[in-house]
Design a protein around this ligand. Structure first.
Ligand code: DP6
Length: 332
């Protein structure tokens, strides 16, 4: 059980309505374009950080000592925090997710947002949200957005800025779409065939569709912001679906192709079209995995979940807009 000098933070995943897919700087995790998301109220990650006298970091994820790439990413994130805090102390990190890690359910977003807040607090770094967002970004790009609740925009920043690292951060966006809900259909929660970081790199380097994807994303961002401000759920859903499917087409153009969607994902996507044909406002979005998330109004969410559960024979979880990263017992 955590002792009194343990800092505990909780953060929720976010689902992008206009996706981040492509970095212009791998080391600083600077994206090629702005992206926009909704933070969810389901699947939180809880992270405890405690400074220790040991010579090595101890990292436990879901009850198991982290190995390989996951351990390396968390330790190098702690190295960044230590460098900024001018500290040499190692830490014990214990983190718990409520969905399987690496299944395309945004566990890296909630994970690094919670770790950024807990580690920054434990090492005495500033935890002002914009600053925290910049820090979380260095762990995983999408984590920059999970620092905030509700609708969030992540600014790509400018390569010409005096400090490009500081120019890229997320911030909350006011929206009139207060009733937007999301139904997450857990088609397959096993680990994905290729980590999203590698898939993103390969897409940027080899997909001939990538420049068009970027241009379309910048346009989608403008239309999405206007639709959110006006409370136009139909346009929000249409743009989100087109943007997500465009991202998957762009990945499929990579060499070798990146394919996350399975036959079961396609069956859910078809059912979402059928729901629309029957007059239900429902639109799909998909991240780096086979799981389908369906945007709809809060009033339609249960009906949509029931239909998709019946079809897929898989769990479908209803989510609404959730809070930003918070220290245990506080709200951001
Ligand atoms: C498809 O944030 O996991 O979910 O920065 O390399 O850690 P890294 O990538 P990550 O990528 C998320 C991609 C996405 C789209 C999105 O969330 O915008």
């Amino acid at each position: 059980m955590p002792g009194p000098d343990v800092v505990t933070a909780v953060a929720y995943p976010n689902i992008a309505l206009v996706k981040y897919w492509g970095k212009r700087d791998e080391r600083l995790v600077l994206p090629c374009a702005d992206s926009l998301s909704m933070t969810l109220d389901v699947f939180p990650t809880t992270t405890h950080v405690q400074l220790t006298p040991h010579a090595q970091d101890i990292v436990i994820v879901d009850g198991v000592t982290a190995q390989g790439e996951m351990a390396r990413r968390i330790t190098s994130f702690l190295d960044l925090v230590r460098k900024r805090a001018r500290s040499k102390r190692c830490a014990r990190v214990e983190t718990r997710n409520t969905v399987p890690v690496g299944a395309g359910l945004a566990s890296s977003a909630s994970g690094f947002a919670a770790l950024a807040l807990a580690a920054a607090t434990a090492y005495g770094l500033p935890t002002e949200p914009k600053e925290l967002s910049r820090l979380a970004r260095r762990g995983s790009g999408s984590a920059a957005r999970s620092v905030f609740g509700g609708f969030v925009i992540w600014h790509a920043g400018s390569p010409d800025a005096p400090d490009p690292d500081r120019s890229s951060y997320a911030e909350p966006l006011t929206s009139a779409c207060t009733d937007l809900a999301l139904v997450a259909v857990l088609v397959d929660t096993g680990p994905k065939p290729i980590p999203s970081r590698e898939a993103m790199r390969r897409t940027v380097a080899t997909s001939p569709l990538f420049p068009d994807w970027l241009m379309q994303t910048r346009h989608d961002m403008t239309v999405m912001r206007r639709a959110l401000a006006q409370g136009d759920i139909t346009t929000v859903g249409e743009i989100a679906e087109r943007n997500a499917l465009g991202m998957h087409e762009t990945m499929a153009g990579a060499v070798p192709p990146v394919r996350y969607l399975t036959p079961a994902s396609h069956r859910v996507l078809e059912e979402v079209c059928r729901l629309r044909d029957q007059g239900v406002g429902a639109w799909a979005t998909v991240d780096a995995g086979p799981n389908i998330k369906v945007l709809c109004s809060g009033g339609d969410a249960e009906q949509v979940a029931v239909r998709l559960r019946e079809l897929s024979r898989r769990p479908a979880v209803v989510a609404r807009s959730g809070p930003g990263a918070a220290l245990y017992g506080t709200q951001r």
